[in-house]
Ligand binder design. Structure first.
Ligand SMILES: [Zn+2]
Length: 308
């Protein structure tokens, strides 16, 4: 038995997995993410939830020694071990957007987990989703590929030559925080002005255009011209980001997920494809954009896809 842990800004999901049935999630449970107490509170919450899942299944917790964790970035290393520097969890970060009841500069993760489990693998949640899409979704058989989530934020997992890219701290693929414009009205939660997330993510749509994303897309579907031009604008921002990673990494396939994209792929996919296709065809011709094969369940399979 292995432990699968998905940490989000609002909730933590934990399940157990039997090595003989790699895609099955057992005794799955969710809780709001711990944001009070000591900086190891999230890790201790995960450990308690794993032990509770063991109790539910009648499994001795001692047999669960391997844990896979999908977590939001950015990561920092403390003593060589991964800690979370996530603005939605750590209230002590400069410019932290939310009023959080803690002053953590990081949330300890790998170190406390290694006191409980013999083996721990922590990856950025978009990297974990990429692994899930490569194993069971739309990226099967693709050695040069990316998974891009367009949701509350914008994130990305990258794979070149069959190797998933991690970077020096496990932060490779923070596509949402790459710059796109000088627009001083587009301020990201990370502090950047004019990055992709500040221009086009779900929360940016509400902030910049004065209506929730769902309302915007409904108006666009009714053919309302102002809404359609906003959809064109944000598609150009994200589409250019997709072009950029295709040109940088010579990709063959990009799988797209996340709430904003999945609920509106009828409107968004053709626009995104138009931003990539036809531009420097030598680089873009062999690259296809597709809807995530696992659909809105990509997140459910993120952590379990990290187990080998
Ligand atoms: Zn940012």
């Amino acid at each position: 038995m292995r432990a699968c842990i998905d940490i989000g800004g609002t909730k933590v999901s934990v399940s157990l997995n039997d090595a003989a049935r790699p895609r099955e999630l057992l005794a799955r449970r969710h809780e709001p993410t711990a944001v009070t107490g000591t900086p190891d509170a999230v890790a201790l919450q995960c450990i308690r939830m794993v032990d509770q899942a063991c109790a539910e299944l009648g499994v001795d917790p001692i047999v669960v020694q391997h844990a896979a964790v999908a977590a939001p970035g950015p990561f920092v290393l403390g003593g060589g071990l991964t800690e979370l520097a996530t603005p939605n969890i750590c209230g002590g970060l400069p410019g932290s957007g939310r009023q959080l009841p803690n002053d953590w500069r990081t949330a300890l993760l790998e170190a406390p987990l290694l006191r409980r489990f013999a083996r721990v693998r922590v990856e950025n949640d978009a990297v974990a989703a990429l692994e899930a899409e490569r194993r069971w979704g739309a990226l099967q058989g693709a050695d040069h590929c990316a998974y891009v989530t367009w949701s509350t934020g914008v994130g990305c997992g990258l794979c070149v030559g069959g190797r998933v890219l991690r970077g020096k701290h496990g932060n490779a693929g923070h596509l949402g925080h790459t710059f796109a414009t000088d627009d001083s009205t587009a301020v990201c939660g990370c502090g950047n002005v004019g990055d992709i997330e500040a221009l086009a993510a779900g929360n940016a749509i509400a902030r910049r255009f004065g209506m929730p994303a769902a309302e915007l897309f409904a108006a666009a579907r009714r053919g309302e011209v102002p809404a359609l031009s906003i959809v064109d604008e944000i598609s150009r921002v994200v589409g250019r980001a997709l072009y950029n990673i295709t040109a940088l990494l010579d990709l063959q396939r990009i799988s797209l997920g996340g709430g904003v994209f999945l609920h509106n792929h009828d409107l968004l996919l053709p626009r995104l494809q138009a931003e990539v296709r036809g531009r420097l065809p030598t680089l873009t011709q062999g690259c296809e954009l597709v809807v995530a094969g696992l659909g809105d369940r990509v997140g459910d399979y993120a952590a379990v896809a990290l187990l080998d």
